[in-house]
Design a protein around this ligand. Structure first.
Ligand code: AMP
Length: 417
């Protein structure tokens, strides 16, 4: 029997219900703040990721699902969506005026990762990107939207972990100091870090190896190498977050797994998550649009892993609250025709109602209704049809009453309230 591909899974039932509730809550938050949705393709030319995420990042270096298609184009299944969104805003000239562009996306991403709990090869992300906004105030706006969205989901143990990774101009001085520090203890670092120190020293800071993390004790920190404008930017963001009562800590090792960040980088930590404590991350990426062939514009964004968030919701709240619909059970051919018409009248009014279509006898139909947790069974047999009524069984209470056919939509609507 065929199985789903390793690292991928089918979403249905309770897990999917959490996905949908999270997505709905996110969409409402995005729309409140004036963000519009963008849907970009899963396949992009490999260059889109090489030139943005960076060839030295683990994502491109080790985890990319890339291949040559039948037309010999080298393509990749997106490992993240910022690069695709940037490619799209350039392609469609969405940055032709200086107006802010506030965009969000929801969709699957692909990374060939080692398997572990909460890590998949196909996973989902929800993300926000704002273009042509450069102020710390605009970052605060995006972070408040994110914070309130997570609060609305009932998460309480949230802390922002923030850092400034500076600009490409202030990094060389930091690199020099950091390489000098590395040299004093290079035998303590893993082979990957030896590659990273040459290619991109920032990557050493987020090596997942515990020995490397220990060896980093006392390392030079980026915020000490910021230019004046970057330092003021960083201070102002902290001031706003403080004034808004949004909890944050500063983390000098926070550089994120991607090469394109400038100035603000952040993660949201949730102590409910245990081992995988970072719920999401993001930051500013002012150079990326230009790097991908567009104009020089400011940009800021974040993305949250839906899989892990759904897992957290399940841990915190149990199964997603759901309301099974009442069920309409016709008995006999003429009652069935009437039942379909009655159901349509209910559906036309936006009411939830499941129609029993198997031609099942009453006992079998009621067994199903009980099994799925239907609150009411509306039974329409020849006797009821003659009198213009339905028998309505309250399946939890075990009581029964009779409704006139004409009043069914209004009565159903009243039970839903
Ligand atoms: P990143 O793009 O690596 O910053 O990841 C952003 C968020 O996506 C993370 O905080 C995770 O919640 C989620 N994420 C990243 N990779 C995976 C994965 N392989 N499986 C599930 N979620 C993931």
């Amino acid at each position: 029997m065929a199985q789903s591909v390793k690292g991928t899974r089918d979403l249905f039932g309770n897990e999917l219900e959490w996905f949908q509730r999270i997505e709905d809550t996110a969409r409402r938050a995005f729309h409140r703040h004036g963000y519009s949705e963008i849907r970009t393709p899963i396949l992009e030319e490999i260059e889109v990721f090489k030139r943005s995420v960076g060839e030295s990042s683990d994502i491109v270096h080790k985890e990319m699902y890339d291949f040559k298609d039948k037309g010999d184009r080298h393509v990749a299944m997106r490992p993240e969506n910022t690069a695709g969104v940037v490619r799209a805003v350039i392609q469609h000239q969405m940055l032709a005026t200086s107006d802010p562009q506030l965009l969000y996306y929801i969709g699957p991403m692909f990374r060939y990762e080692r398997m572990q709990a909460g890590r998949y090869r196909q996973f989902w992300q929800i993300g926000a990107e704002s273009f042509q906004v450069s102020t710390p105030e605009s970052e605060a706006e995006s972070l408040v939207m994110l914070y309130d969205f997570l609060k609305e989901l009932g998460l309480t143990q949230l802390t922002f972990s923030i850092n400034s990774v500076g600009t490409p101009e202030c990094r060389p001085a930091f690199h020099e100091a950091f390489r000098a520090f590395f040299k004093t203890r290079e035998e303590q670092f893993c082979a990957d870090c030896h590659r990273r120190i040459a290619e991109n020293p920032l990557r050493v800071l987020d090596c997942k190896n515990e020995r490397c993390q220990a060896a980093l004790e006392g390392h030079p920190v980026l915020v000490d190498y910021l230019d004046e404008a970057s330092r003021a930017h960083h201070e102002r963001l902290k001031e706003i977050l403080g004034a808004l009562g949004i909890p944050f800590v500063e983390n000098p090792r926070l550089v994120r797994g991607l090469d394109y960040y400038t100035r603000t980088a952040f993660e949201v930590l949730s102590s409910d998550l245990g081992a995988q404590s970072a719920l999401l991350g993001g930051g500013r990426y002012d150079g990326l649009v230009k790097q991908l062939g567009g104009p020089q514009v400011a940009a800021f964004g974040w993305s949250i892993g839906l899989d892990r968030l759904a897992m957290l919701m399940q841990q915190l709240h149990g199964n997603a609250p759901r309301k099974p619909a009442p069920i309409l059970i016709p008995l006999g051919a003429s009652a069935t025709l009437k039942a379909i018409q009655l159901a349509r009248a209910c559906w036309a009014q936006g009411l939830d109602l499941v129609l029993e279509t198997r031609g099942a006898n009453l006992k079998k139909a009621l067994t199903t209704a009980n099994r799925v947790g239907a609150p009411l069974a509306l039974i329409l047999g020849d006797g009821e049809l003659e009198q213009g009524v339905v028998a309505v069984k309250d399946l939890a209470a075990g009581t029964q009453e009779t409704w006139n056919l004409a009043e069914v939509p209004a009565k159903l609507s009243a039970t839903r309230a």
